[in-house]
Design a binder for this molecule. Sequence first.
Ligand code: AMP
Length: 116
Amino acid sequence: MAQETIFSKIIRKEIPSDMVYQDDLVTAFRDISPQAPTHILIIPNKLIPTINDVTAQDEQVLGRLFTVAAKLAAQEGIAHDGYRLIINCNEHGGQEVFHLHMHLLGGRKLGRMLAR
Ligand code: AMP
């Protein structure tokens, strides 16, 4: 069994967060340490620790991450100028919380995708 993280408590509203969206499959809330004017995390309600753990059964929820990202980008007023979606995986990807999450970042020019 995968170990729950703080994100499961956020989904169940057991701890506070700046939640901006929730439905039957996904939850979105503002990152506690924003790296851009808009920095929202969009996560499956179901605990999937990393991208390595996704299965064909998860395709609906993974698709929902993208449709919600597009909706929130429009709501935030960053859709036209553009934004970046990031999903980190394990140590080399820089993943710190082992509950799969998509970062939605925008509101300024984000520069190169990777530091050189
Ligand atoms: P990652 O490095 O991809 O695992 O990103 C984890 C992200 O979760 C970081 O950007 C953190 O700032 C963010 N984070 C950790 N705890 C919380 C929390 N309680 N509420 C909102 N964001 C959080």
